[in-house]
Design a protein around this ligand. Structure first.
Ligand SMILES: [Zn+2]
Length: 112
């Protein structure tokens, strides 16, 4: 469980952050909340788990913090949109992230 105020993680049993006195949320909800703030932008969408994981590790290698939003986890249906996995990065990293993704995809084309 994680505190949405101070981002501290607490082990089982604790439901309220002793520092901030706010209720703890689970990791999934924490990630969803994080991406709801203005700071995060989607740089890529795909329906391929492996591609998403590959791009995430490439971006993290370049020092960019990445959050994968997988709509397949959620219970509400996605109409007419097969691109259900989103890669979100911080706004200040977005340009760099897009350039890295472009490079990776260029290299893929060349190797075919
Ligand atoms: Zn806290």
């Amino acid at each position: 469980m994680i505190c949405p105020e101070c981002n501290n993680e607490y082990a089982g049993g604790i439901t309220v952050c002793p520092v901030c006195n706010v209720e703890l949320i689970d990791e999934k909800e924490f990630r969803e909340r994080k991406t709801q703030t203005q700071e995060w932008v989607t740089v890529y969408t795909t329906n391929d788990d492996i591609e998403a994981a590959m791009l995430k590790s490439n971006l993290e290698f370049a020092g960019i913090e990445v959050v994968i939003i997988d709509k397949k986890d959620s219970s509400f249906p996605v109409w007419g949109d097969l691109s259900v996995i989103k890669l979100d990065v911080r706004r200040e990293d977005a340009e760099k992230a897009r350039r890295i993704i472009d490079d990776i995809q260029e290299n893929d084309k060349e190797s075919e």
